[in-house]
Design a protein around this ligand. Sequence first.
Ligand code: ADP
Ligand code: MG
Length: 324
Amino acid sequence: MKNNNHAVKTIDIKRTFKKSGKIIDALKGISLTVNRGEFFGVLGRNGAGKTTFLKILSTLLYATSGQAWVGGWDVQKDGQNIREIINLVSGGEESGYGILNVRENLWMFSQFYGIPSSIALKRIDNYLELFGLKDQAKTRVSALSTGMRQKMNLIRGLLNNPEILFLDEPTVGLDVESARSIRSYLKEWVKEGDRTIIITTHYMFEADELSERLAIIEGGEIIALGTPSELKGLSQTEHFYELTVNNFPESLNVNIEGVQLISKIPQNGNTVLKIKLKEDSLLSQLLTTLNQHGSKLELLRKKEPTLEDAFVNLVGKSIDISGA
Ligand SMILES: Nc1ncnc2c1ncn2[C@@H]1O[C@H](COP(=O)(O)OP(=O)(O)O)[C@@H](O)[C@H]1O
Ligand SMILES: [Mg+2]
């Protein structure tokens, strides 16, 4: 039975795993609504619960408790209906048969999805062209580079023209160029019709660039939800400035309450100071002090908070970008 018209709705989804006698609470009660047509991001560190959440939504894994609907269908009862309208692509996945070539592989998946062969081949060739994989059409999957393989996986995910596309860290480990082309294609793709994308990532800039709204998840819980600018606003109680000064005395201790020197970096004979202020009004006091010590201000810039600032504020730690 259809329940609602959201792309995704979950109520208090929990998932525990048992591992060598220990109980792991991977998800501790996720309640979330994603609207149709949204490009929604799930940002979190390694182990936060992102993959578990997407697996539950794409019916690969049962929730321990709670309810979830995808495209209005219940994940527990209507798995088949859901699988017809979604697709899931995971970064670094090893799907496909190494002995088949790229075009054969994609064709094979199109047949799993029940797409008539002639339509499928047209779609496949279109996408191969679009993603710059045309020259690899006859290359064995086992001989592809990581970037090419990931692009092929993404094409697989687009083949059935899903209403809702789940992407689990789709650009992880990719070279800058491939990641960029994938992101820019996704931004276009989601605009057509009523398509929805839910993407997980541990890259701040990616969440910032792609998501209309995002949830930050940590330890299996949503700890913040909003547009990227709303989330950045959470750290706007502090004010960041970058000052380029001439003649900054090495030994100078900026000792003003509410003023914190984050870093000082020499640059072309000047010094670039990164400063955190409790209030904007402390700036004049700081400039006076610098002046008194013979430093001359060359350049002053107010820095907007980044999603990273917001994340560190909320989680208390920065994201581990070394892990996948
Ligand atoms: N099959 C599993 N068995 C045991 N523990 C698991 C399993 N899958 C995930 N976990 C644990 O659940 C937590 C969340 O994992 P995951 O959803 O993969 O996080 P993320 O995708 O954000 O890195 C982690 O502590 C992980 O070790
Ligand atoms: Mg994961």
